[in-house]
Design a protein around this ligand. Structure first.
Ligand SMILES: [Zn+2]
Length: 169
């Protein structure tokens, strides 16, 4: 058993160099971009479960330790539950102890939009899906230092885990 969840990173911080993680798996990544997305909130409401709608379209936060992916260690890729956009690689997921699935980085900078959120008297960085603008969660600066120091705190209801099935190389 390898005790470390995160492989040691030789470089500090998000340097932006090198191939993004999603190019390394050697697996075919399906692009669902051609799919028609709802153009109204009523369309989203019809498409999503009530909990997904609350989180994704009303920017609510699911209760801690209630989400499907809090403790999941399955190898795979996390997509936006609203539109299928690729968001996170399970290799960057770690146990933060907060009660929400936590990642050290998004799968690529282009996958997400970051917004300043001043709701509830706090200044936080909100994470939205870059394709459909659905709310996903927040980024906090208290993540594992060896992995860049960021904690991407996501709602399980905003994510869909697609198990990795391709040959691992
Ligand atoms: Zn989306």
């Amino acid at each position: 058993m390898n005790g470390g969840i995160l492989s040691s990173a030789a470089e500090d911080g998000p340097s932006g160099t090198g191939a993004p993680a999603w190019q390394n798996g050697g697996m075919a990544v399906e692009d669902r971009g051609a799919e028609q997305l709802p153009t109204s909130e009523e369309g989203w409401r019809a498409r999503l479960t009530p909990e997904q709608f609350h989180v994704l379209r009303e920017a609510r936060t699911e209760r801690a330790f209630t989400g499907a992916y809090v403790d999941t260690e399955q190898d795979g890729l996390y997509r936006c539950a609203a539109c299928g956009n690729l968001l996170f690689d399970s290799r960057t997921k770690y146990h933060s102890g907060t009660g929400w699935p936590s990642f050290t980085e998004a799968i690529s900078p282009e996958a997400v939009d970051l917004l300043h959120d001043t709701a509830h008297g706090m200044t936080r960085i909100e994470v939205r899906c870059a394709r459909c603008q659905s709310h996903l969660g927040h980024v906090f600066p208290d993540g594992p230092r060896e992995a860049g120091g960021e904690r991407w705190c996501m709602n399980s209801a905003a994510l869909d885990l697609e198990p990795r099935t391709g040959p691992e190389g």
